[in-house]
Design a protein around this ligand. Sequence first.
Ligand SMILES: NC(=O)C1=CN([C@@H]2O[C@H](COP(=O)(O)OP(=O)(O)OC[C@H]3O[C@@H](n4cnc5c(N)ncnc54)[C@H](OP(=O)(O)O)[C@@H]3O)[C@@H](O)[C@H]2O)C=CC1
Ligand SMILES: CC(=O)N[C@@H](CCC(=O)OP(=O)(O)O)C(=O)O
Length: 346
Amino acid sequence: MIKVAIVGASGYTGVELIRILHAHPEVAVTCVTSEQSAGRPVSDVFPTLRGRCDLILESLEPVGIAGQVDVVFTALPHKAAMAVVPTFLKMGKDVVDLSADYRLHDADVYGKWYEKHLTPELLPQAVYGLPELRRDKIREANLIANPGCYPTSVILGLAPLLKGKVIDPKSIIVDAKSGTSGAGRSAKVDNLYCEVNEGFKAYGVGGVHRHIPEIEQELALLAGTPLTISFTPHLVPMDRGILSTIYSVPTGKVTAAELVTLYEAFYEGEPFVRVLPEGVLPSTAHVRGSNFCDIGVVVDERTGRIIVVSAIDNLVKGASGQAVQNMNLMCGLPETLGLDFLGIFP
Ligand SMILES: NC(=O)C1=CN([C@@H]2O[C@H](COP(=O)(O)OP(=O)(O)OC[C@H]3O[C@@H](n4cnc5c(N)ncnc54)[C@H](OP(=O)(O)O)[C@@H]3O)[C@@H](O)[C@H]2O)C=CC1
Ligand SMILES: CC(=O)N[C@@H](CCC(=O)OP(=O)(O)O)C(=O)O
Protein backbone atom coordinates (compact mmCIF):
# COMPACT_ATOMS: atom_id res chain seq x y z
CA MET A 1 0.00 0.00 0.00
CA ILE A 2 1.21 3.52 -0.82
CA LYS A 3 0.88 5.79 2.21
CA VAL A 4 -0.41 9.22 1.36
CA ALA A 5 -0.70 12.58 3.16
CA ILE A 6 -3.24 15.18 2.09
CA VAL A 7 -1.99 18.56 3.18
CA GLY A 8 -4.93 20.98 3.19
CA ALA A 9 -7.53 18.26 3.66
CA SER A 10 -10.19 20.62 5.02
CA GLY A 11 -10.60 22.31 1.63
CA TYR A 12 -12.67 21.34 -1.39
CA THR A 13 -9.87 19.69 -3.36
CA GLY A 14 -8.69 18.00 -0.15
CA VAL A 15 -12.03 16.33 0.56
CA GLU A 16 -12.30 15.34 -3.11
CA LEU A 17 -8.89 13.63 -2.80
CA ILE A 18 -10.14 11.76 0.28
CA ARG A 19 -13.28 10.67 -1.62
CA ILE A 20 -11.33 9.40 -4.63
CA LEU A 21 -8.48 7.78 -2.69
CA HIS A 22 -10.92 6.02 -0.34
CA ALA A 23 -11.81 3.76 -3.28
CA HIS A 24 -8.23 3.44 -4.60
CA PRO A 25 -7.04 -0.17 -4.17
CA GLU A 26 -3.32 0.65 -3.76
CA VAL A 27 -3.47 3.73 -1.50
CA ALA A 28 -4.03 4.37 2.19
CA VAL A 29 -4.55 7.97 3.28
CA THR A 30 -2.78 8.09 6.63
CA CYS A 31 -2.39 11.79 7.29
CA VAL A 32 -4.68 14.79 6.73
CA THR A 33 -3.96 18.38 7.74
CA SER A 34 -5.79 21.57 8.61
CA GLU A 35 -4.70 24.56 10.66
CA GLN A 36 -8.13 25.80 11.71
CA SER A 37 -9.57 22.35 12.47
CA ALA A 38 -6.47 20.57 13.79
CA GLY A 39 -7.39 18.01 16.45
CA ARG A 40 -10.87 17.34 15.02
CA PRO A 41 -11.85 14.24 13.05
CA VAL A 42 -12.00 15.09 9.35
CA SER A 43 -15.50 13.54 9.34
CA ASP A 44 -16.60 16.38 11.67
CA VAL A 45 -15.58 18.88 9.02
CA PHE A 46 -17.04 16.79 6.17
CA PRO A 47 -19.94 14.61 7.38
CA THR A 48 -19.97 12.74 4.03
CA LEU A 49 -16.93 10.88 5.43
CA ARG A 50 -18.65 9.61 8.60
CA GLY A 51 -17.82 6.00 9.36
CA ARG A 52 -15.43 5.78 6.40
CA CYS A 53 -12.62 8.22 7.19
CA ASP A 54 -12.27 9.30 10.79
CA LEU A 55 -8.63 10.42 10.66
CA ILE A 56 -7.79 13.28 13.00
CA LEU A 57 -6.73 16.48 11.24
CA GLU A 58 -3.15 17.42 12.14
CA SER A 59 -1.52 20.79 11.87
CA LEU A 60 1.05 21.04 9.11
CA GLU A 61 4.45 19.90 10.33
CA PRO A 62 6.33 18.90 7.16
CA VAL A 63 9.21 16.87 8.66
CA GLY A 64 6.91 14.76 10.87
CA ILE A 65 4.47 14.18 8.01
CA ALA A 66 7.19 13.26 5.52
CA GLY A 67 8.45 10.65 7.98
CA GLN A 68 5.10 8.81 7.84
CA VAL A 69 4.20 8.67 4.14
CA ASP A 70 5.39 7.94 0.57
CA VAL A 71 3.44 10.55 -1.39
CA VAL A 72 2.23 14.02 -0.42
CA PHE A 73 -0.62 15.92 -2.07
CA THR A 74 -0.37 19.63 -1.27
CA ALA A 75 -3.89 21.08 -1.60
CA LEU A 76 -2.94 24.49 -0.21
CA PRO A 77 -3.31 28.03 -1.50
CA HIS A 78 -0.37 29.24 -3.58
CA LYS A 79 2.55 30.54 -1.50
CA ALA A 80 1.59 28.21 1.39
CA ALA A 81 2.47 25.29 -0.91
CA MET A 82 5.95 26.48 -1.86
CA ALA A 83 6.73 27.03 1.82
CA VAL A 84 6.50 23.27 2.51
CA VAL A 85 7.09 21.43 -0.80
CA PRO A 86 10.92 21.73 -0.56
CA THR A 87 10.97 19.86 2.77
CA PHE A 88 8.90 17.00 1.37
CA LEU A 89 11.22 16.73 -1.64
CA LYS A 90 14.35 16.89 0.53
CA MET A 91 12.99 13.96 2.52
CA GLY A 92 12.63 11.94 -0.67
CA LYS A 93 8.84 12.12 -1.04
CA ASP A 94 6.92 12.34 -4.30
CA VAL A 95 4.81 15.49 -4.34
CA VAL A 96 1.70 16.37 -6.33
CA ASP A 97 1.11 20.08 -5.78
CA LEU A 98 -2.41 21.26 -6.61
CA SER A 99 -1.51 24.93 -6.23
CA ALA A 100 -0.10 27.21 -8.91
CA ASP A 101 3.34 27.45 -7.29
CA TYR A 102 5.27 25.17 -9.65
CA ARG A 103 3.21 25.50 -12.85
CA LEU A 104 5.06 28.40 -14.47
CA HIS A 105 8.53 27.58 -15.77
CA ASP A 106 9.81 31.13 -15.40
CA ALA A 107 10.16 32.56 -11.88
CA ASP A 108 9.90 36.12 -13.26
CA VAL A 109 6.55 35.33 -14.87
CA TYR A 110 5.40 33.82 -11.55
CA GLY A 111 6.63 37.00 -9.82
CA LYS A 112 4.60 39.17 -12.20
CA TRP A 113 1.30 37.28 -11.82
CA TYR A 114 1.62 36.03 -8.23
CA GLU A 115 4.52 37.13 -6.02
CA LYS A 116 8.26 36.55 -5.64
CA HIS A 117 8.95 32.83 -5.89
CA LEU A 118 10.51 31.35 -2.75
CA THR A 119 12.17 28.35 -4.44
CA PRO A 120 12.85 29.13 -8.12
CA GLU A 121 15.60 26.49 -8.14
CA LEU A 122 12.89 23.78 -8.01
CA LEU A 123 11.02 25.00 -11.10
CA PRO A 124 13.15 23.06 -13.63
CA GLN A 125 12.36 19.75 -11.96
CA ALA A 126 8.60 20.36 -11.72
CA VAL A 127 6.57 18.66 -14.46
CA TYR A 128 3.30 20.28 -15.57
CA GLY A 129 0.94 17.39 -14.91
CA LEU A 130 -1.31 17.10 -17.93
CA PRO A 131 -0.98 13.36 -18.69
CA GLU A 132 -2.47 13.65 -22.19
CA LEU A 133 0.49 15.86 -23.19
CA ARG A 134 3.49 14.56 -21.23
CA ARG A 135 2.83 11.18 -19.72
CA ASP A 136 6.46 9.99 -19.97
CA LYS A 137 7.89 12.98 -18.09
CA ILE A 138 5.26 12.58 -15.35
CA ARG A 139 6.36 8.95 -14.87
CA GLU A 140 9.91 10.15 -14.14
CA ALA A 141 8.99 13.16 -11.97
CA ASN A 142 9.11 13.65 -8.22
CA LEU A 143 7.30 17.01 -8.29
CA ILE A 144 4.09 17.42 -10.26
CA ALA A 145 2.60 20.85 -10.82
CA ASN A 146 -1.02 19.82 -11.12
CA PRO A 147 -2.70 22.10 -13.70
CA GLY A 148 -5.31 24.72 -12.85
CA CYS A 149 -8.95 23.97 -13.56
CA TYR A 150 -9.55 26.53 -16.32
CA PRO A 151 -6.19 25.69 -17.95
CA THR A 152 -7.04 21.96 -18.06
CA SER A 153 -10.25 22.62 -19.98
CA VAL A 154 -8.65 25.13 -22.36
CA ILE A 155 -5.39 23.30 -23.10
CA LEU A 156 -7.14 19.97 -23.77
CA GLY A 157 -9.68 21.82 -25.90
CA LEU A 158 -7.05 23.46 -28.11
CA ALA A 159 -4.17 20.95 -28.21
CA PRO A 160 -5.20 19.16 -31.44
CA LEU A 161 -5.75 22.45 -33.31
CA LEU A 162 -2.40 23.95 -32.28
CA LYS A 163 -0.34 20.80 -32.66
CA GLY A 164 -1.94 20.22 -36.08
CA LYS A 165 -1.32 23.88 -37.08
CA VAL A 166 -4.98 24.18 -38.04
CA ILE A 167 -5.54 27.65 -36.52
CA ASP A 168 -3.86 31.02 -36.30
CA PRO A 169 -2.33 30.85 -32.78
CA LYS A 170 -2.92 34.58 -32.30
CA SER A 171 -6.67 34.32 -32.88
CA ILE A 172 -7.71 32.52 -29.67
CA ILE A 173 -10.56 33.84 -27.50
CA VAL A 174 -11.68 31.84 -24.45
CA ASP A 175 -15.00 32.39 -22.72
CA ALA A 176 -14.99 30.16 -19.62
CA LYS A 177 -17.48 29.55 -16.83
CA SER A 178 -16.89 27.95 -13.43
CA GLY A 179 -18.98 26.72 -10.52
CA THR A 180 -18.25 28.33 -7.15
CA SER A 181 -16.29 25.41 -5.65
CA GLY A 182 -13.52 26.65 -7.96
CA ALA A 183 -12.98 29.48 -5.51
CA GLY A 184 -12.29 27.15 -2.58
CA ARG A 185 -13.97 26.78 0.81
CA SER A 186 -12.66 29.78 2.68
CA ALA A 187 -15.28 32.46 3.42
CA LYS A 188 -15.41 35.35 0.94
CA VAL A 189 -18.27 37.81 0.47
CA ASP A 190 -18.20 37.29 -3.32
CA ASN A 191 -19.04 33.61 -2.84
CA LEU A 192 -21.98 34.00 -0.43
CA TYR A 193 -25.25 32.40 -1.56
CA CYS A 194 -27.00 35.70 -2.33
CA GLU A 195 -24.01 37.01 -4.26
CA VAL A 196 -23.82 33.95 -6.52
CA ASN A 197 -27.32 32.47 -6.72
CA GLU A 198 -29.66 33.65 -9.51
CA GLY A 199 -26.85 35.61 -11.14
CA PHE A 200 -23.99 35.12 -13.56
CA LYS A 201 -21.03 37.43 -13.91
CA ALA A 202 -17.67 37.84 -15.59
CA TYR A 203 -14.62 38.52 -13.43
CA GLY A 204 -10.90 39.01 -13.98
CA VAL A 205 -11.75 40.64 -17.33
CA GLY A 206 -9.18 42.33 -19.56
CA GLY A 207 -6.17 40.06 -19.43
CA VAL A 208 -5.69 40.03 -15.66
CA HIS A 209 -6.65 36.51 -14.56
CA ARG A 210 -3.69 34.52 -13.16
CA HIS A 211 -4.47 31.49 -15.32
CA ILE A 212 -3.52 33.41 -18.49
CA PRO A 213 0.27 32.88 -18.22
CA GLU A 214 -0.26 29.19 -17.44
CA ILE A 215 -2.53 28.66 -20.45
CA GLU A 216 -0.24 30.68 -22.76
CA GLN A 217 2.85 28.77 -21.59
CA GLU A 218 1.32 25.42 -22.50
CA LEU A 219 -0.37 26.56 -25.72
CA ALA A 220 2.90 28.14 -26.92
CA LEU A 221 4.68 24.81 -26.42
CA LEU A 222 2.01 23.11 -28.52
CA ALA A 223 2.04 25.78 -31.24
CA GLY A 224 5.85 26.07 -31.28
CA THR A 225 5.52 29.86 -31.12
CA PRO A 226 4.70 32.43 -28.41
CA LEU A 227 1.07 33.52 -28.37
CA THR A 228 -1.39 35.61 -26.40
CA ILE A 229 -5.02 34.78 -25.72
CA SER A 230 -8.12 36.68 -24.64
CA PHE A 231 -9.50 34.91 -21.57
CA THR A 232 -12.64 35.83 -19.66
CA PRO A 233 -13.77 33.66 -16.72
CA HIS A 234 -17.34 33.75 -15.36
CA LEU A 235 -18.79 32.62 -12.05
CA VAL A 236 -22.01 30.62 -12.39
CA PRO A 237 -24.41 29.51 -9.66
CA MET A 238 -23.58 25.83 -9.57
CA ASP A 239 -21.34 23.84 -7.21
CA ARG A 240 -19.07 22.13 -9.71
CA GLY A 241 -18.16 22.30 -13.35
CA ILE A 242 -16.24 24.31 -15.93
CA LEU A 243 -17.40 24.94 -19.48
CA SER A 244 -14.96 26.70 -21.80
CA THR A 245 -16.15 27.98 -25.17
CA ILE A 246 -13.09 28.65 -27.32
CA TYR A 247 -13.05 30.62 -30.58
CA SER A 248 -10.24 30.64 -33.16
CA VAL A 249 -9.64 31.32 -36.84
CA PRO A 250 -8.49 28.43 -39.07
CA THR A 251 -5.55 28.91 -41.45
CA GLY A 252 -7.45 27.18 -44.27
CA LYS A 253 -10.83 25.73 -45.09
CA VAL A 254 -11.89 22.96 -42.71
CA THR A 255 -15.13 21.12 -41.95
CA ALA A 256 -16.54 19.98 -38.61
CA ALA A 257 -16.27 16.35 -39.75
CA GLU A 258 -12.53 16.81 -40.47
CA LEU A 259 -12.03 18.40 -37.05
CA VAL A 260 -13.80 15.58 -35.24
CA THR A 261 -11.52 13.12 -37.06
CA LEU A 262 -8.47 15.19 -36.02
CA TYR A 263 -9.57 15.23 -32.35
CA GLU A 264 -10.40 11.52 -32.35
CA ALA A 265 -6.92 10.72 -33.70
CA PHE A 266 -5.18 13.06 -31.23
CA TYR A 267 -6.99 11.62 -28.22
CA GLU A 268 -7.14 8.00 -29.40
CA GLY A 269 -6.69 5.68 -26.42
CA GLU A 270 -6.95 8.50 -23.87
CA PRO A 271 -8.98 7.14 -20.96
CA PHE A 272 -10.33 10.49 -19.78
CA VAL A 273 -10.94 12.58 -22.90
CA ARG A 274 -14.19 11.99 -24.75
CA VAL A 275 -14.40 13.55 -28.20
CA LEU A 276 -18.08 14.00 -29.00
CA PRO A 277 -19.55 13.17 -32.43
CA GLU A 278 -20.23 15.98 -34.91
CA GLY A 279 -23.24 18.02 -33.80
CA VAL A 280 -23.02 16.95 -30.15
CA LEU A 281 -21.82 19.43 -27.50
CA PRO A 282 -20.71 18.82 -23.92
CA SER A 283 -22.39 19.85 -20.68
CA THR A 284 -20.97 20.16 -17.19
CA ALA A 285 -23.91 17.95 -16.12
CA HIS A 286 -22.41 15.06 -18.10
CA VAL A 287 -18.95 15.16 -16.46
CA ARG A 288 -19.98 16.08 -12.91
CA GLY A 289 -18.21 13.86 -10.39
CA SER A 290 -16.11 12.14 -13.09
CA ASN A 291 -12.53 12.51 -14.35
CA PHE A 292 -13.65 13.09 -17.94
CA CYS A 293 -13.01 16.05 -20.17
CA ASP A 294 -15.71 16.14 -22.88
CA ILE A 295 -14.95 18.09 -26.06
CA GLY A 296 -17.23 19.14 -28.93
CA VAL A 297 -16.12 20.97 -32.10
CA VAL A 298 -18.15 23.17 -34.45
CA VAL A 299 -17.35 25.26 -37.53
CA ASP A 300 -19.28 28.52 -37.77
CA GLU A 301 -19.75 28.67 -41.56
CA ARG A 302 -20.90 32.32 -41.46
CA THR A 303 -17.83 33.75 -39.70
CA GLY A 304 -15.39 31.00 -40.63
CA ARG A 305 -14.42 30.52 -36.97
CA ILE A 306 -13.84 27.23 -35.20
CA ILE A 307 -15.69 26.89 -31.88
CA VAL A 308 -14.51 24.29 -29.38
CA VAL A 309 -16.55 23.56 -26.26
CA SER A 310 -14.82 21.73 -23.42
CA ALA A 311 -16.36 20.56 -20.13
CA ILE A 312 -14.78 19.20 -16.94
CA ASP A 313 -15.60 18.88 -13.26
CA ASN A 314 -13.23 21.46 -11.74
CA LEU A 315 -12.70 19.34 -8.62
CA VAL A 316 -12.02 16.08 -10.51
CA LYS A 317 -10.27 16.43 -13.91
CA GLY A 318 -9.65 20.07 -12.93
CA ALA A 319 -7.91 19.16 -9.66
CA SER A 320 -8.07 16.03 -7.47
CA GLY A 321 -8.87 13.41 -10.14
CA GLN A 322 -6.04 14.65 -12.32
CA ALA A 323 -3.79 14.68 -9.23
CA VAL A 324 -4.55 10.98 -8.64
CA GLN A 325 -4.00 10.27 -12.37
CA ASN A 326 -0.55 11.89 -11.97
CA MET A 327 0.18 9.95 -8.76
CA ASN A 328 -0.67 6.68 -10.54
CA LEU A 329 1.82 7.51 -13.29
CA MET A 330 4.55 8.59 -10.82
CA CYS A 331 4.10 5.41 -8.80
CA GLY A 332 4.08 3.07 -11.81
CA LEU A 333 0.43 2.12 -11.32
CA PRO A 334 -2.19 1.80 -14.09
CA GLU A 335 -3.20 5.36 -14.92
CA THR A 336 -6.93 4.80 -14.43
CA LEU A 337 -6.65 3.01 -11.07
CA GLY A 338 -9.24 4.39 -8.66
CA LEU A 339 -10.54 6.80 -11.29
CA ASP A 340 -12.74 4.67 -13.47
CA PHE A 341 -15.99 5.91 -11.93
CA LEU A 342 -18.91 7.46 -13.78
CA GLY A 343 -20.33 10.92 -13.22
CA ILE A 344 -23.35 11.74 -11.09
CA PHE A 345 -26.54 12.46 -13.05
CA PRO A 346 -29.02 13.96 -12.56
N1 LIG B 1 -11.19 24.48 -6.04
C1 LIG B 1 -10.83 24.12 -7.26
O1 LIG B 1 -11.67 23.83 -8.13
C2 LIG B 1 -9.39 24.03 -7.61
C3 LIG B 1 -8.38 24.43 -6.75
N2 LIG B 1 -7.06 24.34 -7.11
C4 LIG B 1 -5.99 24.76 -6.21
O2 LIG B 1 -5.85 23.77 -5.19
C5 LIG B 1 -5.44 24.38 -3.97
C6 LIG B 1 -6.50 24.07 -2.90
O3 LIG B 1 -7.75 24.58 -3.36
P1 LIG B 1 -9.11 24.41 -2.55
O4 LIG B 1 -9.18 23.06 -1.99
O5 LIG B 1 -10.19 24.90 -3.43
O6 LIG B 1 -8.88 25.48 -1.36
P2 LIG B 1 -9.67 25.62 0.01
O7 LIG B 1 -9.63 27.07 0.35
O8 LIG B 1 -10.98 24.94 -0.08
O9 LIG B 1 -8.74 24.81 1.04
C7 LIG B 1 -7.47 25.27 1.40
C8 LIG B 1 -6.82 24.30 2.35
O10 LIG B 1 -5.52 24.79 2.70
C9 LIG B 1 -5.42 24.95 4.13
N3 LIG B 1 -4.61 26.15 4.35
C10 LIG B 1 -4.90 27.42 3.99
N4 LIG B 1 -3.88 28.25 4.29
C11 LIG B 1 -2.93 27.48 4.86
C12 LIG B 1 -1.65 27.75 5.40
N5 LIG B 1 -1.12 28.98 5.37
N6 LIG B 1 -0.93 26.73 5.93
C13 LIG B 1 -1.45 25.48 5.96
N7 LIG B 1 -2.67 25.15 5.48
C14 LIG B 1 -3.40 26.14 4.94
C15 LIG B 1 -6.84 25.08 4.61
O11 LIG B 1 -6.89 24.62 5.94
P3 LIG B 1 -7.67 25.36 7.14
O12 LIG B 1 -8.35 26.57 6.55
O13 LIG B 1 -8.61 24.34 7.67
O14 LIG B 1 -6.61 25.71 8.12
C16 LIG B 1 -7.56 24.12 3.65
O15 LIG B 1 -7.38 22.79 4.10
C17 LIG B 1 -5.34 25.88 -4.25
O16 LIG B 1 -4.01 26.21 -4.57
C18 LIG B 1 -6.25 26.05 -5.46
O17 LIG B 1 -5.89 27.18 -6.17
C19 LIG B 1 -6.71 23.79 -8.30
C20 LIG B 1 -7.65 23.38 -9.21
C21 LIG B 1 -9.07 23.49 -8.94
C1 LIG C 1 -14.41 30.24 -9.53
C2 LIG C 1 -13.02 30.67 -9.13
O1 LIG C 1 -12.84 31.59 -8.36
N1 LIG C 1 -12.01 29.98 -9.66
C3 LIG C 1 -10.63 30.25 -9.34
C4 LIG C 1 -9.76 29.23 -10.04
C5 LIG C 1 -9.45 28.10 -9.15
C6 LIG C 1 -8.30 27.26 -9.61
O2 LIG C 1 -8.36 26.16 -9.87
O3 LIG C 1 -7.19 27.89 -9.78
P1 LIG C 1 -5.78 27.51 -9.20
O4 LIG C 1 -5.64 26.08 -9.14
O5 LIG C 1 -4.81 28.15 -10.10
O6 LIG C 1 -5.78 28.13 -7.87
C7 LIG C 1 -10.17 31.62 -9.80
O7 LIG C 1 -10.73 32.19 -10.72
O8 LIG C 1 -9.14 32.06 -9.26
